[in-house]
Design a protein around this ligand. Structure first.
Ligand SMILES: Nc1ncnc2c1ncn2[C@@H]1O[C@H](COP(=O)(O)OP(=O)(O)O)[C@@H](O)[C@H]1O
Ligand SMILES: [Mg+2]
Length: 325
């Protein structure tokens, strides 16, 4: 679903790379915690997936497509495959909870009838059925994050990236947010969550990828926040700090239990949860080759009509389509 092939990202020439020789794969249906100190490269990894910035060397693949070959005019379609959630929620402050979610549908031209069904459905899913009319400042932090998640997921993207989504929340509230992300993952979405939330990581026992100074130093199938392995068993940044080799655990070596759960269910619809202006800024530094295969893939996914109109695979998606009538 997401693959980094020997990716190095250096923002400014002559400075230490934000990511060095990154080789990692997130499979469809994975739930991955990305841990590591501030500045270790977590947000950069996510920005590369969104094609908000381009690798200095190496390749990033999303849904089998090399992002360097996705032309800039196709980037919005790419981003509709990806929901994004931030630490600071990033809701539109003058719009209600309902309108914030509605906005994600409106920008991609979803028919009004469908919007009127999908928004209440999402409010219900995130436990805010009775708070649709509230403005963000009339909601608690946890509730605002629920709205942000609803907005990110309303079009059933295949990937959900969450960059420290519980960073501003108390532990009890965080727990609810994690349950929600786990539910979304249970519906087949690949979830990648950057976090410093030790309690959440330990409780969930999911895949943990740890970054130190832009190197993967740990990749465990059922990990905890702090490494429990003896140093000798941790493939390390220490040895690879010169950038020669990356000894991070090879994706094939991992169990694929979580992948099986995804059972090929692919959501049909799209989301544009992030304000476009924000994303367009830095999208220009990658080459603009046309990639017909990617076009077809996107067309297959989204069709000519409104999101949700296309027949997807899997029971989840089938239900979604059913409701679209
Ligand atoms: N836009 C940018 N320009 C220059 N350097 C950046 C930029 N964004 C991040 N960096 C640098 O890249 C490194 C990784 O940052 P980041 O990916 O934000 O880490 P994290 O999310 O783990 O805190 C840091 O050294 C940071 O200063
Ligand atoms: Mg960050």
């Amino acid at each position: 679903m997401i693959r980094f092939d020997d990716v190095t990202k250096t923002y400014l020439r002559g400075t230490r790379p934000a990511l060095t020789n990154l080789d990692i794969e997130f499979e469809r249906g994975d739930f991955v915690f990305l841990v590591g100190a501030s500045g270790s490269g977590k947000s950069t990894l996510m920005r590369l997936v969104l094609k908000e910035t381009a690798p200095t060397s190496g390749s990033v693949y999303v849904a089998g497509k090399d992002l360097s070959r996705v032309p800039s005019w196709k980037v919005p379609s790419l981003r509709r495959e990806i929901g994004m959630v931030f630490q600071d929620f990033r809701l539109l402050p003058t719009k209600t909870a309902y309108q914030n979610i509605e906005f994600a549908l409106a920008v991609i031209g979803t028919p009004r009838k469908q919007v009127r069904r999908l928004v209440p459905e999402m409010l219900e899913m995130v436990g805010l059925a009775d708070k649709g009319r509230r403005l963000p400042h009339e909601l608690s932090g946890g509730e605002q994050q629920r709205v942000a998640i609803a907005r990110a997921y309303v079009n059933r993207p295949t990937i959900l990236l969450a960059d420290e989504p519980t960073g501003n929340l108390d532990p009890a509230t965080s727990e609810g947010i994690l349950e929600l992300l786990a539910e979304i993952n249970g519906q087949g979405a690949t979830v990648v969550m950057a976090t410093h939330d030790q309690g959440a990581v330990d409780r969930m026992s999911r895949r943990v990828v740890e970054l130190v100074d832009g190197h993967v130093v740990r990749d465990e199938e059922h990990g905890t926040y702090e490494s429990t392995a003896p140093d000798s068993e941790i493939s390390g940044a220490a040895e690879t700090a010169d950038g020669e080799t990356d000894t991070s655990v090879h994706p094939e070596e991992r169990e694929t239990a979580t992948v099986a759960r995804a059972h090929g269910s692919r959501a049909a619809a799209a989301v544009d949860d992030v304000e476009d202006e924000e994303l367009v800024d830095e999208a220009e530094d990658a080459p603009n080759d046309l990639d017909d295969a990617f076009d077809e893939e996107l067309d297959d996914t989204f069709g000519d009509e409104a999101p949700g109109a296309e027949a997807p695979e899997g029971p989840e998606a089938a239900a979604h389509e059913e409701e679209a009538r």
